[in-house]
Design a protein. Structure first.
Length: 81
């Protein structure tokens, strides 16, 4: 029976999650593990990806709030050039 990847604690830092995700991608690209191991790693990678996306979304919301406080109104984020 396949083992389930561990949940990602909320205390995990974005940089740590991203580093683990990069490592998993390298392992998967090497193709050195069995199909079952690859599926477990893929599932873990999807969890890490979702965690990173949520972390970035929360950071963007905080920046918008800080920018709105600074300008005294509604702030929108613009893309970097």
């Amino acid at each position: 029976m396949s083992k389930k990847p561990a949940a990602i604690p909320k205390s995990t830092k974005f940089e740590d999650a991203l580093g683990e995700l990069e490592s998993l991608i390298e392992n998967l690209e090497s193709g050195d593990q069995s199909l079952e191991e690859s599926l477990v790693q893929f599932e873990r990678g999807m969890m890490l990806s979702k965690f990173c996306q949520q972390s970035l979304s929360e950071a963007e919301k905080k920046v918008k709030i800080l920018m709105a406080d600074k300008t005294g109104g509604d702030a929108t984020l613009a893309d970097f050039e």
